[in-house]
Design a protein around this ligand. Structure first.
Ligand SMILES: [Zn+2]
Length: 160
């Protein structure tokens, strides 16, 4: 290895060391010597200052008491919310397909066998017709509520 490469290698090694000190610095777990060493380095290193700033912000956002608590929490929340969203998305697609098929099939047969059947009294047709209309309105209202709740869930996730 040439001199320039060795120099880069040692710079990288010391940067590694300061990145490790950084988490201890945020959690206030460094010895006074380490703390001073890190603060001196911090003054001359814009990269570490940037890292420190972003870690502090991350700590604020997650409400974690310690930097060490952050990664697991963030990832856990990320995966569980992603999974939940996928799970719900898939289940709603299947329920919607089932509802559309049943509605088409059902309304076709009701129309042929019931409403076009001259043996069924008109009053009964009106009564059943009103019942079906009411069910459709109810279904639409439940769907709207679901959609609204979904939007609110998303808002809660963001504002939490
Ligand atoms: Zn640095």
């Amino acid at each position: 290895m040439r001199d320039g490469n060795w120099q880069k290698f040692w710079v990288n090694m010391s940067e590694e060391k300061y990145r490790i000190l950084l988490s201890g610095y945020i959690d206030n777990e460094l010895s006074p010597d380490e703390k001073q060493d890190f603060e001196v380095h911090l003054e001359g290193c814009a990269e570490c200052r940037k890292e420190l700033e972003s870690f502090r912000k991350l700590k604020e956002v997650t409400g974690a008491m310690k930097y060490a608590d952050i990664p697991e929490q963030v990832w856990e929340g990320y995966w569980s919310s992603l999974y939940k969203r996928m799970e719900r998305g898939v289940s709603w697609i299947f329920i919607s397909i089932a509802a559309i098929i049943l509605l088409c099939f059902g309304s076709y047969h009701i129309f042929i066998d019931f409403f076009l059947n001259s043996e069924v009294p008109l009053l009964l047709k009106i009564g059943i017709g009103c019942g079906i209309f009411g069910l459709i309105v109810l279904l639409v209202s439940i769907l709207r509520e679901r959609l609204f709740a979904k939007k609110r869930d998303r808002y809660d996730e963001v504002s939490r």
